[in-house]
Design a protein around this ligand. Sequence first.
Ligand SMILES: [Zn+2]
Length: 318
Amino acid sequence: MTQDYQDNTATMDGLIFGAPDMLLRATIMGGQARIMMCRTTRLTQEASDTHLASDVATAAIGRILSGTAIVSAMLKEDKGSVTITFAGDGAGGKVTSVGRGGNLKISLENPQAELPKLNGKQDVEGFIGRNGRLTVIKDMGAGEPYVGASALVSGGVAQDLTQYFAVSEQTPSLIALGCLNSEGAVLSSGGILIQPMPGCKEKTLQMVEMRIPFFSNISRELYDRSMEELLGAWFRDMDLEILDEKPLGYKCDCSREKMTGALIATGEKELRSMLEENDDVEMVCWFCRTRRVFSPDDIKKLLTNAQLPREDVDNAAD
Ligand SMILES: [Zn+2]
């Protein structure tokens, strides 16, 4: 976010370029490299509103959700999901995001943590932390999930994901992520990943590297231009082929049923102590902040009917 641009935010209505959130896939040079690009402005606003996030948290949310959208679009299975955890030593604490199909969600330990700006920019690195671990879990919907991890490089998100791809997946990649936001309003958020495919020529890599400056302020670029227009301009002489475009949204898949399962998992002892207090038990989903209330009667039913953990298997129906 540049200083002169921030000064203009007062005249903006927040979404002058009202394009929907999308994930676009493309190739260049006859498939020698693949491109994933996304616009996440609206869903980042929704995530920010859901968590009553500070501006620095929102800047981190936009970057992380864009990265998650891109990584989950790389899964071969449509039913698969990606869970990315940033466990760093920053003010924001642990941050976990999930991408499934085009549905994204995020939870943050300290979404309201504020940090002063650094050189006019949101201090995303201070929010995530410069030391810690990035973990990526890919669940294909069947079989054992794939778990990869790498050390955080800077907490700036794009650098950390680049490192993850290099270390954990042995894939060089160029990643740029950005979020342009101010005083609770998300003006533009999104990102791009470019990865060479097997057989990619050195010349192609050089041509991609020459274009790195184009992506240095990706959220500003996405603010008032479509992804097709941007890619068309950046890769004019590189045989750009746009493959498809899919919608993205902020969506949580939690339910009362799943929360009941979490309650049951706390065990009989815990449930009995809840019952003794004879008060409603309120559970909150940390991704969408939905509150669900379980009455003492509900707890009593669980104790009577549910199959509680650490008990002999009795096949009781729940
Ligand atoms: Zn939820």
